[in-house]
Design a protein around this ligand. Structure first.
Ligand SMILES: [Zn+2]
Length: 464
């Protein structure tokens, strides 16, 4: 039923509409048989599977990379023709196991999935761009990314049993704003990146052009409708970043699909081509929930030792038990982070941007629980900032429920230059709320000193 309704919507997507009186039966779609007939023509089908925003989630009750591993195994076993497997990023960062291994454990599981294309998300850079340069899987494709002077491949051509599919990768468009400027790091605009790769792709004459992007249909500064208008040959967009579940939506000439997050679903796209000239006839897509697929025992066995070590680490008690939230010892996670930053002798003042819609009072006694309230790696930097600029920062207002907290140590009022601690993300002006902070601080980036990730500062502080 679901498939039928999606199919009905897909009818509009292509210039070569389904011919009257012809329909593929449900079972035929899933068989991927080589000798299907459609509208009097013999057709062939190829399947593309896509994930996004798995956020280092290895196991969970309703998804996770280990359940996806099982599904992939089944898909590969049953496939009548080769498939393409694509991941649209925010894969290596976001879980406690990712944090404790600096992305290494999710990367190990990612390798076991044997994905064909990987597009870096914004969180891939969270352990610093230097760490991502070490972690980046060899399948990385990103037409807009140069990291450590290395320009990533912008697109790849796959030949699946004579059907040629070009896949373009675009990393999240605002990644450069999420950390302080780096030598050898450059993000080209998506317009510039597409203008560069599309002539090469047109020359290669693939049978299908796919855009895999760590981004939603709408983004700050534009929309995919506008971005892709000059490129009607891009027929399929595999998206991510916004964590939406979108089984099928028409974006200009293309079909947009997005699977949600944490491997709760995988996007499945079936492309049907006329066999004689490999012309794309239509695309169909749906989301396959992974909650009922058992986690792969094979993968679990391989990571068992490392996973147990991480779980054990989560139980490591903090120096003292605290309560965080309304009525607690610390009214918010931000207040705790501020105290830890100000406890460091290198700092005169600190600044923290917190997002706290509907927070509850929580007892925090171990490292795993601390992760629940401070989930981001957030490297803390200290910048030398003139007192007048510090006063300007105090005037910045951000939209609720975000809150910008600023505090200064007693006895530093007469200082002309203040050592201000804040997360690198905030200093760089990431997110709309923090843009003004970044604008004020940009002239002082060269004075930057690193203090370490926020959670380490808090753990050390609570141990004192
Ligand atoms: Zn993202």
């Amino acid at each position: 039923m679901i498939l039928d309704s999606i199919k009905a919507r897909q009818k509009q997507i292509f210039r070569n509409p389904m011919r009257r009186g012809c329909a593929l039966s449900l079972c035929a779609i899933f068989l991927c048989a080589v000798n299907l007939v459609f509208g009097g023509d013999e057709v062939v089908q190829r399947k593309i599977l896509a994930t996004s925003d798995m956020h280092g989630m290895l196991t969970s009750s309703d998804g996770g990379m280990t359940r996806y591993a099982t599904r992939l195994q089944q898909e590969r076993r049953n496939a009548a023709s080769p498939m393409l497997v694509i991941d649209c990023g925010d894969t290596l960062c976001g879980s406690y196991s990712a944090l404790k291994t600096q992305g290494a454990l999710p990367r190990a599981v990612f390798d076991m999935l044997k994905v064909d294309v990987f597009v870096p998300g914004n969180h891939e850079f969270e352990f610093t761009p230097e760490r991502f340069a070490q972690l980046a899987p060899p399948q990385s494709v990103a037409a807009n990314l140069t990291l450590q002077h290395r320009k990533y491949p912008g697109w790849k051509l796959f030949e699946l049993d004579k059907i040629r599919i070009a896949v373009i990768g675009l990393a999240e468009f605002h990644t450069a704003k999420r950390f302080l400027p780096r030598d050898g790091f450059r993000m080209r605009s998506p317009e510039e990146a597409l203008a560069e790769v599309m002539p090469e792709i047109r020359k290669a004459k693939p049978d299908l052009v796919v855009l895999a992007v760590h981004g939603g249909i709408y983004y700050a500064g534009g929309t995919l409708f506008k971005l892709l208008a000059p490129y009607p040959e891009i027929k399929l967009i595999l998206g991510g970043h916004t964590h939406e579940e979108i089984p099928a939506r028409k974006v200009g000439q293309a079909l947009y699909v997005q699977p949600g997050n944490r491997a709760q679903n995988v996007s499945e796209v079936v492309a049907t081509f006329r066999a004689k000239d490999r012309q794309l006839l239509f695309l169909e897509s749906r989301l396959i929930p992974l909650g009922k697929t058992p986690p792969s025992p094979d993968v679990l066995r391989k990571i068992d030792k490392e996973l147990k070590k991480v779980e054990q680490d989560g139980l490591r008690p903090l120096g003292r038990e605290i309560s965080v939230g309304p009525g607690g010892l610390y009214p918010s996670a931000g207040a705790l982070a501020m105290e830890a930053m100000l406890a460091r002798p290198e700092t005169d003042a600190a600044c923290f941007l917190e997002y706290r819609p509907g927070q509850k009072l929580q007892k925090i006694k171990n490292c795993g629980e601390l992760f629940q309230i401070l989930r981001y790696y957030d490297p803390i930097v200290v910048l030398q900032v003139p007192a007048e600029v510090w006063r300007e920062l105090q005037k910045i207002r951000v939209k609720s429920p975000s809150r910008l907290i600023l505090m200064q140590k007693p006895g530093t009022q007469s200082k002309k230059i203040l050592n201000v601690a804040l997360s690198e993300y905030l200093a760089a002006g990431a997110g709309n709320a923090a843009t003004k902070v970044g604008e004020q601080l940009a002239p002082f980036y060269k004075t930057c000193r690193e203090l370490g990730p926020v959670r380490t500062l808090v753990e050390e502080h609570l141990a004192r």
